[in-house]
Ligand binder design. Structure first.
Ligand code: PLP
Length: 456
């Protein structure tokens, strides 16, 4: 069959509150044109993030009831730990309330003034935690990763030549090497198993521990199965295990590929590092058998990890993105190709060439999508990455708008509506105005900064 149906039925629903275009124009102005400032009740299709917004299964809700809330040694922790280890066989699994808490712990150990931490592309919270420690983050993705039109099958790959040169140049100031799978900030693009192995080999050659940001490990494994030579007949869990066998540890946001509404973990092989990490965990998150989570959260994640590697789910999941991506492409909307794993990325700089990068074409497009169609997407461009710790600002490598698709939450008719809004937007896009930032905080400004529209 041509139609890849949602491999689930709906048992429980949430209403969507309908709004008019005029109402939304007022609402977004009141939120200083920052989409993070909207009440989610005022959003029709919320594609701000795929993080924590997925629908849990009946089996997960059943597991929630089994949650044991003992402070220490809860059986829920041991079920969670076993589920993680069945896919990522690290020696120490340290639960945290979400991914950035795992990053904060990792960089309390590996960060620090004058240190340099390379990755394919650090996600914004990863970079934020690195920079807050005084260290600097460096993005060494392959050149194709910066070209929205390139059809390279693994646009999230680390540039191994750049990494080796980096390790030669920065020597002892590099405490560890990281890689993000899939590469969220670079368009949700996958990293090949070969590239993960190549990155790990370079890290080993230079004596650096290698950490994997594994937020979307299952989507990445699906792409490996579909696109990498010799991987097509392999089971997803086997591919996943091969990826993590290369690492000395990982950070994880369980709000993505563990079907959680909250959760994360830090995993490590080294006993000494794990001891340091747990000391930090106890101070900031909680006792090591719950981290920042309740027993019921740990149970939901343990069950979610068994569901996320299901091939019928992954086929439908990845197809949803390519379905929207192909339809937008047919409308002449420049999308990052091929479609990423968790989101469709629109090249706003290319679609709105009359708005210069420092007037934030991505923000202009994201605001227009909300005003016209009630769709909330997210700017991933100069607003998110353009500001530097020394107070200067430069255009980001790309100005994208990300439409992140929550897991198991929307149906094909929601996808068709999104496509229709883009068709309408195509008629008025040349009249959209850029923005200036009227106020911003010191770090991670995109969450709270306030905008003014230039034409207003
Ligand atoms: C690649 C990547 N790393 C880390 C994080 C941070 O995880 P959390 O939101 O759970 O703190 C995210 C969240 O979007 C992410 O996409």
């Amino acid at each position: 069959m041509k139609t890849i149906i949602e491999p689930f039925r709906i048992k429980s629903v949430e209403p969507i509150r309908m709004t008019t275009r005029e109402e939304r124009q007022t609402l977004i102005r009141d939120a200083h044109f920052n989409l993070f400032g909207l009440h989610s009740d005022d959003v029709l299709i919320d594609l701000l993030t795929d993080s924590g917004t997925g629908a849990m299964s009946a089996a997960q809700w059943a597991a929630v009831m089994r949650g044991d809330e003992s402070y220490a040694g809860s059986p829920s922790f041991y079920r969670f730990e076993a589920a993680v280890k069945s896919l990522m066989p690290f020696a120490h699994i340290i639960p945290t309330h979400q991914g950035r808490a795992a990053e904060a712990i990792l960089f309390s150990i590996f960060g620090g003034l004058g240190r340099h931490i390379p990755s394919n592309t650090h996600f914004d919270t990863t970079r934020g935690n690195i920079e807050a420690s005084g260290a600097s983050g460096h993005d060494l993705v392959i050149d194709e990763g910066h070209d929205p039109a390139s059809l390279h099958p693994f646009k999230g790959n680390m540039d191994l030549a750049k990494l080796e040169a980096f390790l030669e140049t920065h020597g002892d100031t590099v405490p560890c090497v990281m890689i993000t799978i899939t590469n969220n900030a670079g368009g949700g693009q996958p990293v090949s198993l070969e590239n993960i192995r190549g990155t790990a080999a370079l890290a080993r050659k230079y004596g650096k521990p290698f950490f994997i940001d594994g937020c979307r490990f299952a989507e990445n494994a699906w792409f490996i199965k579909q696109r990498e030579d010799g991987q097509g007949d392999r089971a997803i869990p086997d591919i996943v295990r091969d990826c993590f066998a290369e690492g000395d540890g990982m950070t994880m946001s369980a709000k993505k590929d563990a079907f959680g509404n909250i959760g994360g973990w830090l995993a490590l092989n080294d006993d000494g590092l794990a001891e340091q990490a747990r000391a930090h965990l106890i101070r900031t998150e909680g006792f090591p058998t719950y981290g920042g989570l309740s027993g019921r959260d740990l149970e939901a994640l343990a069950q979610g990890l068994t569901e996320i590697v299901d091939e019928d789910y992954l086929r439908y999941r990845i197809r949803t993105n390519s379905y929207i991506g192909e339809a937008l492409d047919a409308l002449g909307v420049p999308v990052v190709k091929p479609a990423g794993g968790h989101a469709v990325f629109i090249d706003a700089r290319a679609w709105l060439p009359h708005i210069p990068p420092l007037n934030y074409p991505g923000q202009a497009l994201a605001v227009a999508l909300y005003e016209l169609g009630g769709i909330r997407g997210c700017e991933i461009g100069t607003v998110m990455f353009g500001a530097h710790p020394d107070g200067t600002e430069t255009p980001a490598a790309m100005d994208l708008v990300r439409l992140a698709i929550p897991r198991r939450t929307y149906t094909q008719s929601h996808a068709d509506y999104v496509i229709e809004v883009f068709a309408e937007l195509g008629e008025i896009k040349d009249r959209l105005s850029g923005f200036r930032i009227a106020w911003q905080p010191n770090l991670m400004r995109h969450f709270t900064c306030r905008f003014e529209r230039l034409a207003d």
